[in-house]
Design a protein. Structure first.
Length: 765
């Protein structure tokens, strides 16, 4: 694991279970920095998911994400306006945030332009009280103080709009770098909203080439010619190639003594006294640098925004310091698993050849640890992880399946064993040993789905042997094989996306399938009333989960099917489930999410169902699915994306983690796992101070605990029932008024435990 400057220790850490009910936290990666900017006090660094601000001496920093006030994710540019004191944040959607004194003002005008298919803000140039957004269709002039659009400059006719990548002023003229040449216009005296007042620089060697960026030094204007991978210099009349030895250029930036040139794996610092080259940040570094932006601050220090190392400072002594806020290593997530105390996230890293590799981020005790091939040789050339399986008896041991490299066994976050077609019975096709999912049963057998094998499912038994479970109909197939779970009743379930479900129960030894029970079925629901019987077939089976009452919930491309007694699959006859239906008092059959593609289902401590979709965010349903309790999407909540990849729930804290197409975010739920006693019951926060405005949580309960809150005189203030192991109280009495200062008694009673507990709470009003 890379060791970065530990500026994180200066910030308070909230562990799982100590955040507000209903609160969101975006766990976006702050490693792949794409842009940097300087303010009088701090250096701002942006990643796609958020920004962070660090003091120039690196003493402390703050972060801003969607859950902390930013409008969205997909940041593409940042800039600082020295005249107004605003930091401007541009997005791929054309959205614009203006940040000052911790407060965000949003300017969404461009996002509403339906006639523009691409609105990406590529670069922001500030001058005076105006900002100029270089967009995919031209330039948008913003009045920063008024937070409104002042003008729009199109570089071409309506049918031939050019994308603007950078803007600068030179010789009292505007210069714009576009995908079809460089355009210029005098700064005053003409209507720049009329594209005919913009002239193309015909003196360029190839006037119609694509150009990405500008820089100025020693009275010359420099530009990066993308099409021809070169730098050109302009003296006001002619363009000449410069620094011809630099190749694979990404962009150029101005510096006090020359240019800073960012290239693939290199940073060039040019000056009259000679050019300096940076190819690594530490001697013998194993990872190539990946610079994307840079600036030289007012103190003369170079700051590099690096996609692999984060914000990197080159000090006056020539040493490098890396600044990366506590976060996962990447926003590209391939698997998610929550343990008792940890959250395991499989991320995708790219090696020096640009090939995706496996990486892991683990959240433990409120801090992220990130591991990749640079930290563990066992991950080198390993394809991305597809799922995790945890060994509950040994928290420092776990398994991971991969999308082409077989199985990995971890001890203390290092690869301790690697199994593939060469050292096991796992099967490969064209050199790819694909394991789509793994699960561990109560006897510690490891089940897996191996679509590239001779048998599509198999087991690594507790004796260490691999066994192909060659059940009839489960041999090699071009049809995919997906998730697998080990059920609580010893029935195991594998998802066959194109076919339905495969259930199997091992009756004797693991290497003898002759006495096992097994059956493949299509996913079907049956609805019947007095006059009608409807049988519905479901395709695109995506996920399977067992709830707290042993019911089986199946996600498909057209909704959800529930089997209330799933072990009946081994009986003769048809095997039907039901579609949960909303109860809105009308008495009509209204199956939930019937038009949604389900991607994930998770069960919380109250046996409620969190359902992720491919396009509509997350839905929370009651235990039986008959009531919709919440719906979160990217418009009505801090959810990063409407495309949900996976959902995991931390059992003790009740924190729900959503892996989305744009990163990881969590929501503090009002339900937690039920306990088997009141030994660990507690209330938080305690004392309840006048400055706290969130809900009071009573945790460590058993499901259905009757909770009554009274004052010391015995007067009932509030009564509720726990969801799983948690009950909540808003600190108010029955009249909706916050209770007075004093000691309050929380009486907890469980019929199932035949036990009671009294907890004292101090309230300061």
């Amino acid at each position: 694991m890379k060791i970065f400057l530990s500026i994180l220790l200066l910030l308070p850490v909230l562990s799982l279970g100590q955040s507000r009910i209903g609160g969101w936290k975006a766990h976006v990666s702050f490693t792949p920095v794409i842009a940097v900017a300087e303010t009088p006090d701090v250096i701002a660094a942006a990643t796609a998911g958020g920004i962070f601000l660090t003091e120039k001496n690196g003493s402390q920093f703050t972060t801003k994400t969607k859950s902390e006030g930013l409008s969205e994710v997909g940041i593409s540019a940042i800039a600082y306006s020295s005249d107004t004191g605003f930091l401007l944040i541009g997005y791929e959607s054309g959205n614009l945030d203006l940040l000052k004194n911790g407060q965000v003002t949003n300017l969404p005008d461009l996002t509403r332009k339906a006639e523009l298919s691409n609105k990406t803000i590529h670069h922001i140039f500030c001058e005076g009280s105006f900002a100029y957004l270089c967009c995919a269709f031209g330039i948008v002039k913003i009045d920063i103080q008024k937070a409104e659009v002042a003008e729009t400059w199109y570089l071409g006719s309506n049918n031939n709009l050019n994308a603007a990548y950078d803007l600068t002023t030179f010789n009292n003229s505007w210069f714009v770098a576009t995908n079809h040449g460089i355009f210029w216009a005098v700064k005053t005296g003409s209507n720049l909203q009329d594209y005919r007042n913009w002239q193309q620089q015909t003196s360029l060697p190839l006037p119609d080439a694509s150009f990405s960026s500008f820089a100025q030094s020693d009275g010359l204007l420099f530009t990066h010619d993308i099409s021809n991978d070169r730098i050109l210099a302009y003296n006001g009349s002619v363009w000449q190639p410069q620094f011809t030895g630099i190749k694979n250029i990404r962009c150029i930036r101005s510096s006090p003594n020359g240019l800073t040139v960012l290239a693939e794996g290199e940073v060039w610092l040019t000056s009259k006294s000679g050019n300096a080259l940076i190819t690594e940040y530490q001697p013998g570094g194993t990872s190539a640098i990946d610079p994307r932006d840079a600036l030289t601050d007012s103190n003369g220090n170079l700051w590099i925004g690096d996609h692999r190392f984060g914000l990197t400072q080159k000090t006056g002594t020539g040493t490098f310091r890396h600044f990366v806020p506590d976060s996962p290593g990447s926003d590209q997530i391939s698997a998610l698993k929550t343990g008792t105390e940890e959250v395991y996230v499989a991320t995708v890293a790219s090696n020096q050849a640009g090939i995706p590799e496996a990486a892991i981020s683990i959240l433990q005790n409120g801090t992220w640890q990130n591991f990749s091939a640079a930290d563990d040789n066992g991950l080198q050339s390993v394809k991305p992880i597809t799922s995790f399986a945890l060994n509950g008896d040994h928290p420092d041991e776990y398994w991971a399946s991969t999308s082409g490299s077989g199985l990995l066994f971890f001890q203390k976050n290092r690869v301790a064993a690697h199994y593939n077609e060469q050292n096991s019975t796992l099967g490969a096709l064209n050199g790819n040993c694909v394991i789509n999912c793994i699960a561990i049963d109560a006897q510690k057998n490891l089940f897996y789905t191996n679509p590239t094998g001779k048998a599509r499912i198999g087991i690594k038994a507790t004796d260490g042997n691999f066994v192909q479970l060659s059940y009839p109909g489960m041999g090699f197939s071009t049809s995919p094989t997906g998730e697998i779970i080990a059920g609580s009743t010893a029935t195991n379930w594998a998802v066959l996306p194109d076919e339905g479900l495969f259930a199997f129960k091992i009756k004797g030894s693991t290497d003898n399938i002759s006495d096992d029970q097994y059956r493949k079925v299509a996913v079907q629901s049956r609805f019947s009333n007095v006059s009608t019987t409807i049988v519905t077939n479901f395709n695109g089976v995506s996920t399977v989960v067992e709830d707290l009452t042993h019911q089986l919930w199946i996600g498909t491309s057209t909704g959800i099917v529930v089997y209330s007694n799933p072990d009946k699959i081994f009986e003769s006859g048809e095997f039907y489930g039901i579609q949960p239906s909303l109860d809105d008092g009308e008495g009509l059959f209204k199956p939930i999410l019937a038009k949604e593609k389900i991607t994930a289902i998770a069960v919380d401590g109250g046996n409620r169902k969190w359902c992720g979709t491919a396009n509509s965010g997350v839905f929370l349903f009651s235990e039986n699915g008959d009531h919709l309790l919440r719906h979160f999407d990217s418009n009505n909540s801090p959810l990063l994306s409407d495309q949900i990849l996976s959902i995991g729930i931390a059992p003790k804290s009740g924190e729900v983690f959503f892996a989305t197409s744009k990163g990881l975010i969590s929501f503090k739920s009002d339900a937690a796992t039920s306990e088997i006693s009141f030994d660990k019951a507690y209330v938080w926060p305690n004392p309840l101070r006048e400055t706290y405005t969130g809900s009071v949580t009573i945790d460590g309960l058993t499901d259905g605990t009757d909770v009554r809150i009274t004052d010391v005189a015995g007067n009932l203030v509030y009564r509720t029932t726990s969801l799983g192991g948690r009950a909540i109280w808003n600190g108010q009495n029955a009249r909706g008024v916050r209770v007075s200062t004093g000691v309050y008694l929380i009486f907890c009673s469980s019929a199932s435990l035949n036990a009671t507990k009294i907890i004292k709470l101090l309230v300061i009003h």
